[in-house]
Design a binder for this molecule. Structure first.
Ligand code: IVH
Length: 678
């Protein structure tokens, strides 16, 4: 046996350190440091060197084990049968070579071997043990021999049966599979994290693994996780199934979700075609897969083939191109969303990620920029998968050039120039331009025209989009200058609808101060707050002049809302827009300023059923103007329930709880009396 060169020994040592470290970060910390492609490349190189110099193989080499030791916090679970890994195939040739190895051992023709193919799910591997049909243990893979007991967490997944289905249940079943998070759930979870300023996950696999390792199962329960079964590690007594595919059907009957993509076929060419087809469909699945697991279908053949050190001989993982690649961050631009949220967007040196050219990726928010520690000029890892927005997942600080620049968050909106607000404790920075900001124009107009705002009949979403796209309407004030002539030239708009719309606009000009304030779309100023503010200040001018302290004196207005209102009225553009709206003819009855506490302050009312003399919204507005809160459901805290015609379950509940119930006539009497006494 030849003694390796010192440089080879050094390379082996370096690869082991790098791979062990990557393993630890990937499995134990859920914080990957290498791209999958890099990891696979380095592992393959180590495998190659170890096969050239078998004397150098040591038991703790990354080629000899899977994952790393479990971290503290969960009980250890020893796997009765080790949870192994799979060898990889990267090409058609690799698939053919695998089939040939199998055929040689089984002494048969490659084209006679039946394979079962299914997606290689990219999530977290877990094992579930059922005794007499009841789930007793759920565990992570850990290092393959010992995992972490996360039974309470796994019990929170609806796709994990707590009890198996059927009459004749095996005494012992151990099912293995993958816990995944779909793209939709992942995006929603990250969106929530962004809003709350908590950590965003780099990919659905990390989100799944991180969610499973929560010490509080109640947190796991809120995460959109799914368990997909792909193996029966133990089944006692054996139910007589002779193939993997039959066993999967059995698992499905016992209550498990198994792959809908599972297909059986003969010969390596058919397998390779399946891999191509699934690869083409990969982006449409709605969840991450990183390849195809190809298994010899016949269970007797599987037993005959057995295992080598870390993987079975009867299976191989065909790996798709990695969804992470490395490139340079050329610049960062700031985009303004439809609600004014400012999102930093990475402009990248174009790079092909899983077959698609990526030149932009999201950096989510200011906190994420700090968490990543990223600078302009940095070498960054980019990830794209299916419908998930490409994102920057890591920075290689060692490759940072001398002229790297820090990313500075703007103070002013890149679209309209208004101040950008970022409140303490909030992760999102927002443009305060509201009605004025072109990026927010369509949303702002929809809100302005909505039922609880100016209630412009016939001005729906579609029409607003057309008006903005035609550039006829830039600010809400422009709405009031639209003519019948102009409108009827729009597709699907006749003379009659155009006239109706112009009339509706005319009618909407006569409004209330509360509706007008609500229509402005100031952040966190809903209809109740708008009513309170209108009631408190009486005039738009008084509201405009109010300082923060004066705003905080309003019922239900805290420091955050006060700051939003204050900032809104400090933007010259907003004042201009207000001016133009008033010039366009919007008017309201100026009301008297309410002094001191309002008569219904501290009370909570609920309205149910239909009333004859007013709509529920009107009743609600009048109650709010008197200082009451109006809730949607009855509880112990409800002061009074107004029951209109055909009141249902709310009435029953109020009666059960002994809450006062009044009819419409009594309600109107009381309202009028209170309104007079104010
Ligand atoms: S079968 C003896 N089937 O891939 C091992 N594994 O590298 C049998 N995986 O961590 C595994 N999808 O969690 C199998 N359909 C599938 C799979 C799958 C994902 C994971 C598995 C393991 C890794 C193996």
């Amino acid at each position: 046996m030849s003694q390796p060169d010192p440089s080879v020994l050094e390379e082996i040592g370096q690869l082991r350190v790098a791979l062990n470290d990557a393993n630890y970060r990937y499995y134990a910390l859920d914080e990957p440091t290498l791209t999958d492609a890099d990891y696979d490349r380095q592992l393959q190189r180590l495998q190659q060197l170890e096969s050239e110099y078998p004397d150098q193989v040591v038991p703790d080499s990354p080629t000899q084990r899977v994952g790393s030791a479990p971290t503290e916090g969960f009980p250890e679970v020893a796997h009765a049968i080790p949870m192994l890994s799979l060898d990889n195939a990267f090409s058609r040739d690799d698939i053919v070579a695998f089939a040939q190895r199998v055929a040689e051992r089984l002494e048969c023709q490659v084209d006679d071997i039946e394979f079962s193919c299914e997606p290689k799910l990219d999530g977290a591997a877990v094992s579930l043990v059922y005794e007499q049909g009841v789930l007793v243990i759920g565990a992570t893979r850990g290092d393959g021999r010992t995992g972490e007991g996360i039974t309470s967490n796994l019990r929170t997944l609806r796709s994990v049966p707590l009890k198996l289905v059927g009459d004749e249940l095996p005494a012992l079943v151990e099912v293995r599979g993958e816990v995944i998070m779909r793209h939709s759930g992942f995006e929603a979870l990250n969106e929530r994290a962004r809003e709350e300023g908590s950590k965003v996950f780099a990919n659905p696999r990390n989100a799944a693994a991180g969610s499973l390792r929560q010490l509080d199962p109640r947190i796991t329960a809120t995460r959109p996780l799914e368990f997909h079964a792909y193996q029966a590690a133990r089944l006692e007594p054996d139910l007589g199934d002779t193939t993997h595919s039959a066993l999967m059907q059995r698992l499905s009957k016992l209550g498990f979700r198994t792959s809908t993509e599972l297909t059986t076929m003969r010969g390596p060419e058919a397998v390779a075609d399946y891999c191509d087809q699934l690869g083409a469909k990969r982006d449409q699945l709605g969840y991450d897969i990183d390849g195809v697991v190809i298994k010899v279908n016949d269970l007797r053949h599987q037993r005959e083939l057995g295992f080598v050190a870390r993987a079975p001989r009867w299976a191989v993982a065909f790996k798709f191109p990695a969804q992470e690649e490395v490139t340079t961050l050329n610049d960062v631009e700031f985009q303004v969303g439809r609600t004014g949220a400012i999102t930093p967007v990475a402009r990248l040196e174009p790079v092909t990620v899983a077959g698609v050219t990526v030149s932009n990726a999201t950096l989510h928010n200011a906190d994420e920029i700090i968490r990543l520690g990223v600078m302009i000029g940095d070498t960054v890892a980019i990830r794209r998968a299916g419908d998930v927005i490409p994102q920057v997942v890591r920075v290689d600080e060692e490759k940072r050039p001398a002229d790297a620049r820090a990313i500075t968050f703007p103070d002013h909106c890149p679209v309209c120039g208004s101040d950008i607000e970022r409140l303490e404790g909030e992760a999102v920075a927002r443009c305060s331009g509201g009605l004025y900001c072109a990026a927010q124009r369509k949303e702002a107009l929809k809100h302005f025209a909505s039922r609880k705002a100016l209630d412009i009949d016939g001005l729906g979403e579609k029409l607003i989009e057309q008006l903005v796209d035609q550039e006829w309407v830039k600010t809400p004030a422009d709405l009031f200058h639209l003519s019948v002539e102009q409108l009827k030239s729009l597709p699907r708009m006749g003379e009659k609808s155009a006239t109706n719309l112009v009339n509706a606009l005319e009618k909407a000009k006569q409004t209330t101060l509360a509706r007008f304030i609500y229509a402005l779309g100031i952040r966190e100023v809903g209809e109740a707050t708008a009513a309170n503010v209108a009631n408190h200040f009486g005039t738009l001018q008084a509201l405009q002049d109010a300082d923060q302290a004066a705003l905080e004196a309003v019922n239900d207005v805290g420091p955050i809302v006060a700051k939003h209102i204050h900032t809104f009225f400090r933007q010259p553009h907003n004042l201009e827009t207000l001016q133009v709206l008033i010039e366009a003819g919007i008017t309201w009855q100026e009301s008297e300023v309410t002094q001191g506490p309002t008569p219904l302050e501290g009370q909570t009312w609920v309205l149910t059923g239909a009333m004859e003399s007013m709509t529920r919204d009107e009743g609600k507005a009048r109650l709010q103007a008197l200082g009451a809160k109006v809730a949607g459901s009855v509880s112990k805290k409800t002061t009074c329930l107004v029951a209109g015609e055909a009141a249902g379950s709310k009435l029953t509940k109020a009666e059960q709880l002994g809450v006062e119930v009044i009819d419409e006539a009594t309600f109107i009497d009381r309202l009028t009396a209170w309104e007079r006494s104010e």
